[in-house]
Design a protein around this ligand. Structure first.
Ligand code: PA5
Length: 477
């Protein structure tokens, strides 16, 4: 067991907190988790912690805060050059190659980053293109000046159809406009060091290339160059991100279960699923800056735990459907369901204690008491009051919920949240004896796409698809 020692970090008041009281029967009544259930799962939790520890060498994502430190200077130098020379930075990638960068950018860059003038932003506009909707691609080309644009193509496998199609479109544009030699100044590749086609392309055209290390799957890759380069381009302090992740990993290495936040969260969610039918997990941050964390988490949790077999082949059909929500917006959309609907879910709120900006609510209609009571408060107070109020409403209606509090949204706290959720997912996988790091269902879809578009070697898959599509379609209109 690794020792529990976080003292070398001056975490100050920047340690995130996790309050799980409202997951328990003592708070929510009969649909909550009992103390007996919590006691019962403890031996399984210890075993999960130990087996994750034993697999540390293959879970390289867990050590990125250490292994990426030697690459920081190079990442920062490349980012500094882009910040200085480019007006646009375009990331081409999908799934784990985009959701982390989107979440971190939204959390830590200015919320209207692309609307700022470059001098104020100190960085190019940033576009993270994770879909291949033709209208979206065409619209992007409409708004960027190729002359001042740097592209970062990110694909761990080096072969994903969506990303490679985007790459082909961009490369054609660049070659037609600037010639082949210019690719190396305008295109950066982030990919596996050997596998896939992208690394060969990078070598052939002399592109700046960054490596997605072995043992780091897409959805666990935010703390390697997949996420670090785009973050550095945005001006985010990537070393502090790594510090936050390290701090959390050390917290989550203790076998004192109640002090290990990721282990406790994994245990609570698994109990909620196994014993209380919570097939749905809602993540509801109360901060626009954390809005896309819910997207990142949805992929992490769904793709890692949505499995039909255990590691030893037992059929399981496991998984919890993640739902993304945003406070307070979705109070006016989903919360009615979360209070009065079925007991089939857990809700995880994320709150921010101290926002980076304060906006006061001024006086204007002091003669209308029903409006005037708001004056003199701040939006900061209002959003947090609404979070507390919603937690209360959900709790008194008997629904399991918990809250993660960030003292502030900054690199150190975001690094903690990234590692907390990654470890929660890995521990849950170990608890259930499922492989949280593969994605056979996603691969099946990728293979079917290759077959449909005529990739060599996929004839059998094409025949399978053709025979399936011969079945009678049943249209309504
Ligand atoms: O988590 C994963 O492994 C996947 O979601 C991938 O990130 C996604 O399919 C994109 O793959 P790649 O980075 O190989 O293009």
């Amino acid at each position: 067991m690794r020792s529990y020692n976080c003292d070398h970090f001056d975490s100050g008041s920047m340690r995130i907190r996790v309050d799980y009281n409202n997951m328990l029967t003592s708070a929510v009544g009969e649909h909550g988790i009992t103390m007996e259930e919590l006691d019962e799962i403890k031996p399984r939790l210890k075993a999960a912690l130990n087996s994750a520890e034993a697999k540390r060498d293959s879970m390289r994502w867990r050590d990125l805060y250490r292994s990426e430190r030697p690459n920081i200077e190079r990442i920062k130098a490349v980012a500094a050059n882009i910040r200085q020379t480019a007006d646009n930075f375009v990331l081409l990638g999908i799934g784990g190659s985009a959701l982390g960068p989107i979440a971190v950018q939204q959390a830590l860059a200015h919320l209207r980053h692309n609307d700022l003038k470059k001098a104020a932003a100190g960085a190019p506009r940033i576009f993270i293109e994770d879909n291949i909707d033709p209208e979206r691609m065409a619209a992007l080309i409409d708004v960027i000046d190729l002359e001042k644009t740097v592209f970062n193509v990110i694909t761990k496998s080096g072969s994903t159809s969506e990303t490679m199609s985007q790459l082909l479109i961009v490369v054609r544009l660049l070659i037609d406009r600037f010639g082949e030699d210019a690719l190396k100044d305008r295109l950066i590749a982030t990919t596996d060091s050997e596998k896939g086609s992208l690394i060969g392309i990078a070598k052939k055209y002399g592109l700046t290339a960054f490596v997605v290390p072995d043992g780091v799957g897409g959805r666990f890759s935010e703390l390697c160059p997949v996420g670090l380069l785009p973050a550095a381009v945005a001006g985010i302090d990537i070393e502090k991100l790594l510090d936050g992740a390290q701090f959390m990993d050390e917290l989550c290495s203790t076998d004192e279960i109640e002090k290990n936040p990721a282990l406790m969260l994994a245990g609570l969610e698994v109990l909620a699923m196994e014993k209380h039918g919570a097939n749905i997990g809602v993540l509801m941050p109360y901060a626009d800056s954390l809005k896309y964390f819910a997207d990142w988490y949805a992929q992490l949790w769904a793709e890692s735990l949505g499995k039909k077999r255990t590691e030893n082949g037992r059929t399981l059909r496991f998984g919890q459907t993640p739902v993304k929500a945003l406070g307070v917006t979705d109070q006016h959309s989903q919360v009615q369901l979360y209070t009065d609907g079925p007991f089939d879910k857990t809700i995880t709120f994320i709150g921010v204690e101290s926002f980076r900006r304060t906006v006061g609510i001024p006086h204007a209609f002091d003669d209308i008491p029903n409006v005037a009571f708001l004056s003199g408060h701040t939006l900061n107070e209002l959003i947090n009051a609404e979070r507390v109020a919603t937690e209360h409403a959900v709790t008194v209606s008997g629904h399991m919920n918990k809250t993660i509090i960030l003292p502030e949204v900054n690199e150190f706290t975001i690094g903690q949240v990234l590692m907390l959720f990654e470890l929660q997912t890995a521990f849950a996988g170990e608890l259930l004896s499922i492989d949280a790091f593969d994605q056979p269902g996603v691969e099946e879809g990728k293979n079917a796409t290759y077959a449909l578009l005529g990739k060599p070697g996929y004839d059998e898959k094409l025949a399978e698809l053709n025979s399936a599509s011969q079945k009678d379609p049943k249209y309504i209109i």
